[in-house]
Design a protein around this ligand. Structure first.
Ligand code: ATP
Ligand code: MG
Length: 352
Protein backbone atom coordinates (compact mmCIF):
# COMPACT_ATOMS: atom_id res chain seq x y z
CA UNK A 1 0.00 0.00 0.00
CA UNK A 2 1.79 3.11 -1.23
CA UNK A 3 0.25 6.35 -0.03
CA UNK A 4 1.46 9.77 -1.12
CA UNK A 5 1.10 12.26 1.72
CA UNK A 6 0.93 15.89 0.59
CA UNK A 7 0.20 17.94 3.68
CA UNK A 8 0.50 21.34 1.95
CA UNK A 9 -0.01 24.66 3.69
CA UNK A 10 -1.33 26.07 6.95
CA UNK A 11 -3.49 23.69 8.94
CA UNK A 12 -2.96 21.12 6.17
CA UNK A 13 0.29 20.24 7.92
CA UNK A 14 -1.35 19.97 11.33
CA UNK A 15 -4.39 17.90 10.39
CA UNK A 16 -2.40 15.57 8.11
CA UNK A 17 -0.11 14.66 11.00
CA UNK A 18 -3.13 13.37 12.97
CA UNK A 19 -4.54 11.45 10.00
CA UNK A 20 -1.17 9.76 9.51
CA UNK A 21 -1.10 8.76 13.19
CA UNK A 22 -4.52 7.15 12.74
CA UNK A 23 -3.44 5.30 9.58
CA UNK A 24 -0.38 4.00 11.36
CA UNK A 25 -2.51 2.83 14.29
CA UNK A 26 -4.93 0.71 12.26
CA UNK A 27 -3.69 -2.58 10.94
CA UNK A 28 -2.60 -1.97 7.34
CA UNK A 29 -0.12 -4.54 6.07
CA UNK A 30 2.58 -3.11 3.82
CA UNK A 31 1.63 0.53 4.47
CA UNK A 32 4.32 2.86 3.10
CA UNK A 33 4.02 6.64 3.13
CA UNK A 34 5.81 8.97 0.71
CA UNK A 35 5.80 12.66 1.53
CA UNK A 36 5.81 15.41 -1.08
CA UNK A 37 5.54 19.20 -1.17
CA UNK A 38 2.51 20.97 -2.62
CA UNK A 39 1.12 24.50 -2.52
CA UNK A 40 2.85 27.51 -1.05
CA UNK A 41 5.33 25.29 0.78
CA UNK A 42 6.35 23.79 -2.57
CA UNK A 43 6.52 27.19 -4.22
CA UNK A 44 8.87 28.50 -1.56
CA UNK A 45 11.09 25.40 -1.69
CA UNK A 46 11.02 24.51 -5.38
CA UNK A 47 9.60 27.55 -7.20
CA UNK A 48 6.41 25.71 -8.21
CA UNK A 49 3.21 24.72 -6.33
CA UNK A 50 3.22 21.28 -7.97
CA UNK A 51 6.86 20.27 -8.55
CA UNK A 52 7.63 17.42 -10.95
CA UNK A 53 8.96 15.26 -8.11
CA UNK A 54 5.64 15.61 -6.25
CA UNK A 55 3.74 14.53 -9.36
CA UNK A 56 6.08 11.56 -9.73
CA UNK A 57 5.37 10.50 -6.13
CA UNK A 58 1.62 10.71 -6.81
CA UNK A 59 1.93 8.65 -9.99
CA UNK A 60 3.94 5.96 -8.21
CA UNK A 61 1.39 5.68 -5.38
CA UNK A 62 -1.95 3.89 -4.95
CA UNK A 63 -3.63 6.94 -3.40
CA UNK A 64 -2.92 10.52 -2.37
CA UNK A 65 -3.74 11.96 1.03
CA UNK A 66 -3.94 15.72 0.53
CA UNK A 67 -4.04 18.33 3.31
CA UNK A 68 -4.80 21.80 2.02
CA UNK A 69 -3.16 24.49 -0.08
CA UNK A 70 -3.40 28.24 0.23
CA UNK A 71 -0.81 30.75 1.31
CA UNK A 72 -1.49 34.48 1.65
CA UNK A 73 2.17 35.25 0.84
CA UNK A 74 1.52 33.86 -2.66
CA UNK A 75 -1.50 36.08 -3.41
CA UNK A 76 0.35 38.28 -5.88
CA UNK A 77 1.94 35.51 -7.91
CA UNK A 78 0.89 34.77 -11.46
CA UNK A 79 -2.04 32.37 -11.57
CA UNK A 80 -0.04 29.27 -12.59
CA UNK A 81 2.27 29.70 -9.58
CA UNK A 82 -0.47 30.06 -6.97
CA UNK A 83 -0.84 27.26 -4.37
CA UNK A 84 -4.38 26.38 -5.53
CA UNK A 85 -2.91 25.25 -8.84
CA UNK A 86 -1.45 22.22 -7.05
CA UNK A 87 -4.81 20.57 -6.52
CA UNK A 88 -6.14 21.60 -9.94
CA UNK A 89 -2.94 20.29 -11.53
CA UNK A 90 -3.12 16.98 -9.65
CA UNK A 91 -6.76 16.47 -10.66
CA UNK A 92 -5.94 17.15 -14.30
CA UNK A 93 -2.68 15.17 -14.42
CA UNK A 94 -4.15 12.18 -12.62
CA UNK A 95 -7.47 12.22 -14.52
CA UNK A 96 -9.57 12.60 -11.36
CA UNK A 97 -13.03 13.39 -12.71
CA UNK A 98 -15.32 12.15 -9.95
CA UNK A 99 -15.64 14.07 -6.70
CA UNK A 100 -17.40 12.33 -3.82
CA UNK A 101 -18.59 14.28 -0.82
CA UNK A 102 -20.52 12.40 1.83
CA UNK A 103 -22.74 14.45 4.11
CA UNK A 104 -24.12 13.05 7.34
CA UNK A 105 -24.79 14.65 10.70
CA UNK A 106 -23.01 12.98 13.58
CA UNK A 107 -25.08 12.14 16.64
CA UNK A 108 -25.03 15.03 19.08
CA UNK A 109 -24.22 17.63 16.43
CA UNK A 110 -27.76 18.24 15.15
CA UNK A 111 -27.72 21.69 16.71
CA UNK A 112 -24.69 22.69 14.57
CA UNK A 113 -26.68 22.23 11.38
CA UNK A 114 -28.31 25.18 9.68
CA UNK A 115 -31.46 23.05 9.63
CA UNK A 116 -33.93 21.96 12.30
CA UNK A 117 -32.50 19.03 14.34
CA UNK A 118 -35.02 16.49 13.05
CA UNK A 119 -34.20 17.42 9.45
CA UNK A 120 -30.46 17.41 10.21
CA UNK A 121 -30.74 13.90 11.64
CA UNK A 122 -32.28 12.65 8.40
CA UNK A 123 -29.28 13.68 6.26
CA UNK A 124 -27.28 10.81 4.81
CA UNK A 125 -26.28 11.66 1.29
CA UNK A 126 -23.35 11.47 -1.05
CA UNK A 127 -22.84 14.13 -3.68
CA UNK A 128 -21.08 12.83 -6.78
CA UNK A 129 -19.81 15.84 -8.72
CA UNK A 130 -18.18 15.75 -12.16
CA UNK A 131 -14.84 17.55 -11.95
CA UNK A 132 -13.23 17.81 -15.37
CA UNK A 133 -15.87 19.38 -17.63
CA UNK A 134 -18.63 22.01 -17.72
CA UNK A 135 -18.22 25.79 -17.80
CA UNK A 136 -14.92 25.65 -15.92
CA UNK A 137 -13.13 24.11 -18.89
CA UNK A 138 -15.11 25.27 -21.93
CA UNK A 139 -14.08 28.12 -24.19
CA UNK A 140 -14.20 31.39 -22.28
CA UNK A 141 -13.34 34.96 -22.96
CA UNK A 142 -14.08 38.63 -22.69
CA UNK A 143 -14.46 41.08 -25.54
CA UNK A 144 -15.66 44.54 -26.26
CA UNK A 145 -18.84 44.77 -28.31
CA UNK A 146 -19.22 47.27 -31.18
CA UNK A 147 -21.37 49.29 -28.73
CA UNK A 148 -18.36 49.58 -26.45
CA UNK A 149 -19.51 47.45 -23.54
CA UNK A 150 -17.67 44.39 -22.24
CA UNK A 151 -19.11 40.96 -22.93
CA UNK A 152 -17.93 37.80 -21.21
CA UNK A 153 -18.72 34.16 -22.04
CA UNK A 154 -18.07 30.70 -20.67
CA UNK A 155 -19.10 27.77 -22.76
CA UNK A 156 -20.82 24.92 -20.94
CA UNK A 157 -20.11 21.64 -22.65
CA UNK A 158 -20.23 17.93 -21.91
CA UNK A 159 -19.54 15.01 -24.20
CA UNK A 160 -21.37 11.69 -23.93
CA UNK A 161 -18.25 9.91 -22.73
CA UNK A 162 -17.69 12.50 -19.98
CA UNK A 163 -21.25 12.07 -18.73
CA UNK A 164 -21.11 8.29 -19.07
CA UNK A 165 -18.05 7.86 -16.88
CA UNK A 166 -19.35 10.08 -14.07
CA UNK A 167 -22.75 8.36 -14.32
CA UNK A 168 -21.04 5.01 -13.75
CA UNK A 169 -19.30 6.50 -10.70
CA UNK A 170 -22.65 7.62 -9.35
CA UNK A 171 -24.45 4.33 -9.93
CA UNK A 172 -21.59 2.32 -8.46
CA UNK A 173 -21.63 4.51 -5.37
CA UNK A 174 -25.42 4.16 -5.10
CA UNK A 175 -25.11 0.39 -5.26
CA UNK A 176 -22.86 0.45 -2.19
CA UNK A 177 -25.27 2.72 -0.29
CA UNK A 178 -29.06 2.99 -0.34
CA UNK A 179 -29.46 2.18 -4.07
CA UNK A 180 -31.15 5.50 -4.87
CA UNK A 181 -29.68 7.99 -7.31
CA UNK A 182 -31.03 11.46 -8.04
CA UNK A 183 -29.53 13.03 -11.15
CA UNK A 184 -29.57 16.82 -10.96
CA UNK A 185 -29.60 18.94 -14.12
CA UNK A 186 -31.39 21.80 -15.82
CA UNK A 187 -32.73 19.84 -18.76
CA UNK A 188 -35.64 22.23 -19.29
CA UNK A 189 -33.28 24.93 -20.57
CA UNK A 190 -29.78 23.51 -21.19
CA UNK A 191 -28.62 21.29 -24.06
CA UNK A 192 -25.79 19.91 -21.91
CA UNK A 193 -28.39 18.88 -19.35
CA UNK A 194 -30.55 17.21 -21.99
CA UNK A 195 -27.53 15.16 -23.05
CA UNK A 196 -26.72 14.51 -19.39
CA UNK A 197 -30.21 13.15 -18.78
CA UNK A 198 -30.19 10.98 -21.93
CA UNK A 199 -26.85 9.41 -21.02
CA UNK A 200 -27.77 8.89 -17.36
CA UNK A 201 -30.95 7.06 -18.44
CA UNK A 202 -28.91 4.92 -20.83
CA UNK A 203 -26.34 4.03 -18.13
CA UNK A 204 -29.13 3.30 -15.64
CA UNK A 205 -30.08 0.24 -17.72
CA UNK A 206 -26.89 -1.40 -16.43
CA UNK A 207 -27.94 -0.80 -12.81
CA UNK A 208 -31.50 -2.15 -12.56
CA UNK A 209 -31.05 -2.43 -8.79
CA UNK A 210 -30.64 1.36 -8.43
CA UNK A 211 -33.72 3.59 -8.41
CA UNK A 212 -33.13 6.63 -10.63
CA UNK A 213 -34.87 9.98 -10.35
CA UNK A 214 -34.22 13.36 -11.97
CA UNK A 215 -34.46 16.82 -10.50
CA UNK A 216 -33.85 20.31 -11.83
CA UNK A 217 -31.06 22.03 -9.94
CA UNK A 218 -33.21 24.88 -8.63
CA UNK A 219 -35.65 22.40 -7.15
CA UNK A 220 -32.77 20.29 -5.79
CA UNK A 221 -31.43 23.29 -3.87
CA UNK A 222 -34.86 23.84 -2.35
CA UNK A 223 -35.39 20.14 -1.57
CA UNK A 224 -32.01 19.85 0.16
CA UNK A 225 -33.14 22.37 2.72
CA UNK A 226 -36.80 21.33 2.86
CA UNK A 227 -36.38 17.54 3.01
CA UNK A 228 -32.71 16.47 2.82
CA UNK A 229 -33.52 12.95 4.03
CA UNK A 230 -34.97 12.08 0.60
CA UNK A 231 -31.49 12.04 -0.99
CA UNK A 232 -29.09 9.13 -1.13
CA UNK A 233 -26.67 9.67 -4.02
CA UNK A 234 -26.92 13.02 -5.83
CA UNK A 235 -25.24 12.90 -9.24
CA UNK A 236 -24.49 16.22 -10.90
CA UNK A 237 -22.19 18.28 -13.10
CA UNK A 238 -19.27 20.44 -12.13
CA UNK A 239 -21.02 23.80 -11.67
CA UNK A 240 -24.21 22.52 -10.01
CA UNK A 241 -22.11 20.18 -7.86
CA UNK A 242 -19.94 23.03 -6.67
CA UNK A 243 -22.96 24.93 -5.42
CA UNK A 244 -24.96 21.99 -4.06
CA UNK A 245 -22.04 20.51 -2.17
CA UNK A 246 -21.49 23.77 -0.28
CA UNK A 247 -25.19 23.91 0.44
CA UNK A 248 -25.11 20.33 1.75
CA UNK A 249 -22.06 21.05 3.88
CA UNK A 250 -23.86 23.87 5.67
CA UNK A 251 -26.80 21.55 6.33
CA UNK A 252 -24.30 19.31 8.11
CA UNK A 253 -22.70 22.03 10.18
CA UNK A 254 -18.99 22.15 10.64
CA UNK A 255 -16.41 22.54 7.92
CA UNK A 256 -13.98 20.62 10.14
CA UNK A 257 -15.88 17.35 9.69
CA UNK A 258 -16.31 17.03 5.93
CA UNK A 259 -14.19 14.70 3.85
CA UNK A 260 -13.94 14.23 0.09
CA UNK A 261 -12.55 11.87 -2.50
CA UNK A 262 -11.58 12.56 -6.11
CA UNK A 263 -11.45 9.43 -8.24
CA UNK A 264 -10.54 8.63 -11.82
CA UNK A 265 -10.42 5.66 -14.14
CA UNK A 266 -6.99 4.48 -13.06
CA UNK A 267 -7.04 1.36 -10.95
CA UNK A 268 -4.27 -0.19 -8.87
CA UNK A 269 -3.86 -3.70 -7.51
CA UNK A 270 -5.97 -2.57 -4.53
CA UNK A 271 -8.80 -0.53 -6.02
CA UNK A 272 -9.45 2.85 -7.63
CA UNK A 273 -6.67 5.42 -7.50
CA UNK A 274 -7.85 8.57 -5.75
CA UNK A 275 -7.00 11.78 -3.99
CA UNK A 276 -8.52 12.37 -0.54
CA UNK A 277 -8.81 15.73 1.14
CA UNK A 278 -10.91 17.60 3.68
CA UNK A 279 -13.23 20.15 2.11
CA UNK A 280 -11.78 22.95 4.22
CA UNK A 281 -8.77 24.96 3.11
CA UNK A 282 -5.49 25.93 4.73
CA UNK A 283 -7.24 28.29 7.19
CA UNK A 284 -4.45 30.88 7.43
CA UNK A 285 -6.35 32.59 10.26
CA UNK A 286 -5.74 29.67 12.66
CA UNK A 287 -2.66 28.04 11.09
CA UNK A 288 0.25 27.23 13.40
CA UNK A 289 -1.84 27.44 16.56
CA UNK A 290 -2.58 23.73 16.92
CA UNK A 291 -6.32 24.33 17.15
CA UNK A 292 -7.62 23.01 13.80
CA UNK A 293 -10.04 20.09 13.95
CA UNK A 294 -8.33 17.13 12.23
CA UNK A 295 -11.52 15.06 11.96
CA UNK A 296 -12.27 15.96 8.31
CA UNK A 297 -8.77 14.84 7.41
CA UNK A 298 -9.06 11.65 9.45
CA UNK A 299 -12.40 10.91 7.76
CA UNK A 300 -10.72 11.55 4.37
CA UNK A 301 -8.17 8.86 5.26
CA UNK A 302 -11.08 6.51 6.04
CA UNK A 303 -12.57 7.25 2.60
CA UNK A 304 -9.19 6.39 1.12
CA UNK A 305 -9.21 2.98 2.76
CA UNK A 306 -12.74 2.40 1.45
CA UNK A 307 -12.32 3.52 -2.17
CA UNK A 308 -8.65 2.99 -2.98
CA UNK A 309 -7.92 -0.07 -0.86
CA UNK A 310 -11.29 -1.81 -0.60
CA UNK A 311 -10.78 -1.93 3.17
CA UNK A 312 -14.30 -1.21 4.36
CA UNK A 313 -13.62 -2.73 7.79
CA UNK A 314 -10.83 -0.32 8.70
CA UNK A 315 -12.68 2.62 7.10
CA UNK A 316 -15.70 1.96 9.28
CA UNK A 317 -13.47 1.47 12.30
CA UNK A 318 -11.98 4.95 11.85
CA UNK A 319 -15.39 6.52 11.18
CA UNK A 320 -16.79 4.88 14.30
CA UNK A 321 -13.88 6.17 16.37
CA UNK A 322 -14.58 9.73 15.16
CA UNK A 323 -18.28 9.47 15.83
CA UNK A 324 -17.66 7.93 19.27
CA UNK A 325 -15.33 10.82 20.11
CA UNK A 326 -17.99 13.32 19.02
CA UNK A 327 -20.68 11.49 20.96
CA UNK A 328 -18.43 11.72 24.05
CA UNK A 329 -18.24 15.49 23.66
CA UNK A 330 -14.83 15.79 21.99
CA UNK A 331 -15.05 19.24 20.34
CA UNK A 332 -12.63 21.44 18.46
CA UNK A 333 -12.99 25.19 18.11
CA UNK A 334 -15.10 24.79 14.98
CA UNK A 335 -17.71 23.01 17.16
CA UNK A 336 -17.57 25.49 19.99
CA UNK A 337 -15.13 23.40 22.04
CA UNK A 338 -11.58 24.02 23.13
CA UNK A 339 -9.65 20.84 22.31
CA UNK A 340 -6.58 21.26 20.13
CA UNK A 341 -5.53 19.31 17.06
CA UNK A 342 -3.37 16.69 18.75
CA UNK A 343 -5.80 16.24 21.67
CA UNK A 344 -8.56 15.46 19.15
CA UNK A 345 -6.18 13.06 17.39
CA UNK A 346 -5.51 11.37 20.76
CA UNK A 347 -9.24 11.12 21.46
CA UNK A 348 -9.87 9.40 18.11
CA UNK A 349 -6.89 7.07 18.55
CA UNK A 350 -8.13 6.09 22.00
CA UNK A 351 -11.45 4.99 20.49
CA UNK A 352 -10.12 3.00 17.55
P1 ATP B 1 -8.43 28.50 1.44
O1 ATP B 1 -8.16 29.67 0.59
O2 ATP B 1 -7.19 27.70 1.76
O3 ATP B 1 -9.55 27.66 0.96
P2 ATP B 1 -10.30 29.77 3.18
O4 ATP B 1 -10.05 30.83 4.18
O5 ATP B 1 -11.04 30.07 1.97
O6 ATP B 1 -8.89 29.09 2.85
P3 ATP B 1 -10.89 27.61 4.91
O7 ATP B 1 -9.44 27.39 5.05
O8 ATP B 1 -11.70 26.44 4.57
O9 ATP B 1 -11.20 28.64 3.82
O10 ATP B 1 -11.42 28.27 6.26
C1 ATP B 1 -12.70 28.85 6.42
C2 ATP B 1 -12.94 29.13 7.91
O11 ATP B 1 -13.16 27.90 8.60
C3 ATP B 1 -11.75 29.78 8.59
O12 ATP B 1 -12.19 30.72 9.52
C4 ATP B 1 -11.05 28.65 9.29
O13 ATP B 1 -10.36 29.03 10.43
C5 ATP B 1 -12.19 27.68 9.61
N1 ATP B 1 -11.72 26.29 9.50
C6 ATP B 1 -11.43 25.63 8.36
N2 ATP B 1 -11.04 24.39 8.60
C7 ATP B 1 -11.08 24.22 9.94
C8 ATP B 1 -10.75 23.14 10.82
N3 ATP B 1 -10.32 21.96 10.36
N4 ATP B 1 -10.88 23.35 12.14
C9 ATP B 1 -11.32 24.52 12.62
N5 ATP B 1 -11.64 25.57 11.85
C10 ATP B 1 -11.52 25.44 10.52
MG1 MG C 1 -11.60 28.28 0.54
Amino acid sequence: MKIAVFAGDGIGQEVTREAVRVLEAVDLPGLTLFEGDVGGVAYHRHGHPLPAETLDIARASDAVLFGAVGDPTCDNLERHLRPEQAVLGLRAELGLFSNLRPATVFAGLEDMSGLKPELARSIDMLIVRELNGDVYFGDKGMRETPEGEREGWDMMSYSESEVRRIAHSGFQAARKRGSKLCSVDKANVLETSQLWRDVVIEVAAEYPDVTLSHMYVDNAAMQMVKDPGQFDVVLTGNLFGDILSDLASMCVGSIGLLASASLGERTTEFGTFGLYEPIHGSAPDIAGQGIANPMAMILSAAMMLRHSFGNEAQAVRIENAVSAALADGVRGGDLGGDLGTSAIGDAVLARL
